[in-house]
Design a protein. Structure first.
Ligand code: ATP
Ligand code: MG
Length: 343
């Protein structure tokens, strides 16, 4: 069989499962903007509300979080004219292809997913079926656009690898070379921003402790307070990068500084090595406020006109559907289902 060459296309998503965090910004959003700006590749960015409801969401809060996340994308620099920006539930092809992938993916593959284990904890009999099937929906999100590159944080690497397995098994089961095997793109100094309360746990918007994270909606005082109170050890910053070994909290703050300042961690250590946290933390707080305040202000401005946000998402969904519908139609044909999947 000949190798099918797929046109490069970028897809990534963020859940409206709470407010945006600094982790989402540095690990995902900021890099989505860089990809858009570098040009030459189509960029599809999705507010994945169907993923969010795999754990209970208060309906009013979900609506608010969806609009606020759209505002966060735009305030960070995503231009809805140059990128396709929409919410997942407006494009039914995601759910339709996900069902096919539920029938392609194996139970054993899903059982290995560390995000499921983390999120289900000891309660795995009582979580939703959707939380378990989450990675098959994520595979559909990506593959319904034939996306080739998926910029994500480190925590999503395993899901993108599973997406490759699902694509390969579909192609193999049906004797086609239809779906590309997408690459996770995990780059930069902050691919895994850690909780400010526990340097071994990732910063998450769904963490019960608000002190564990910086939200894009936090004001300057709150950002400074959270950084000042961030857990650290009593030692000063080391003079070399190797000195961060075994010091996850110190490493985390250095990585955050590097990503915000667009420096490497080496450069941050060269500049700040030997400093006490009493000196480094205020410098980091000032930098974080300088970077985040304009985004925060723009989000606030955009949120004053929710109808305009809804219009932007509807227009994005229309464009997304134009790409997804023919790919879904062809998937139905390959599987042998009568009809196109179109409503
Ligand atoms: P939740 O806790 O509800 O899962 P989340 O903060 O993990 O929320 P997601 O919507 O699951 O956010 O992920 C959106 C994007 O942000 C993904 O690309 C993910 O890899 C990235 N991301 C999430 N947390 C971090 C983090 N701490 N550091 C770097 N990137 C992150
Ligand atoms: Mg997550």
């Amino acid at each position: 069989m000949s190798e099918v060459v797929h046109t490069p296309r970028v897809f990534s998503g963020i859940q409206p499962s709470g407010g945006l965090t600094l982790g989402n910004y540095l690990g995902a959003l900021k890099r989505f903007v860089e990809t858009q700006e570098s040009g030459g590749i189509e960029t599809v960015y999705c507010i994945v509300d169907m993923h969010a409801i795999t754990v209970w969401q208060d309906p009013e809060k979900l609506t608010h979080a969806t609009r606020e996340l759209a505002a966060g994308f735009i305030a960070s620099g995503i231009d809805p004219a140059r990128s396709i920006l929409f919410n997942q539930s407006q494009v039914p092809a995601h759910a339709q292809l996900a069902w096919i992938f539920n029938c392609v993916a194996r139970l054993g593959w899903m059982q290995r997913m560390t995000q499921f284990k983390d999120k289900a904890g000891k309660n795995s009999e009582n979580v939703s079926l959707g939380l378990f099937a989450y990675p098959a929906l994520m595979a559909a999100d990506i593959l319904v656009y034939h996306a080739t590159h998926v910029p994500v944080g480190e925590d999503q690497k395993q899901h993108v690898e599973l997406t490759r397995d699902i694509a390969a098994k579909f192609n193999n089961d049906f004797g086609v070379e239809f779906f590309p095997l997408p690459e996770p793109v995990i780059e930069g100094a902050a691919t895994r921003v850690m909780s400010l309360r526990d340097g071994t746990k990732k910063m998450s918007k769904s963490d019960p402790s608000d002190m564990s994270r910086i939200n894009l909606t936090d004001d300057a005082d709150t950002i400074s307070k959270k950084i000042r109170k961030a857990k650290t050890d009593p030692e000063p910053l080391p003079e070399t990068l190797e000195g961060l070994e075994g010091r996850p909290e110190a490493r985390n703050l250095v990585n955050i500084y590097a990503a915000l300042a667009e420096l490497t961690p080496e450069q941050v250590i060269a500049e700040h090595g030997g400093q006490q946290f009493g000196t480094f933390k205020p410098a980091l707080a000032d930098l974080a406020v300088a970077r985040l305040a304009p985004i925060n202000a723009e989000m606030g401005r955009l949120m004053q006109d929710p109808a305009e946000i809804d219009r932007i998402l509807a227009a994005g969904a229309e464009r997304a559907n134009e790409i997804a519908a023919p790919i879904l139609k062809r998937s139905y044909e390959i599987v042998g289902m009568v009809g196109t999947g179109a409503a």
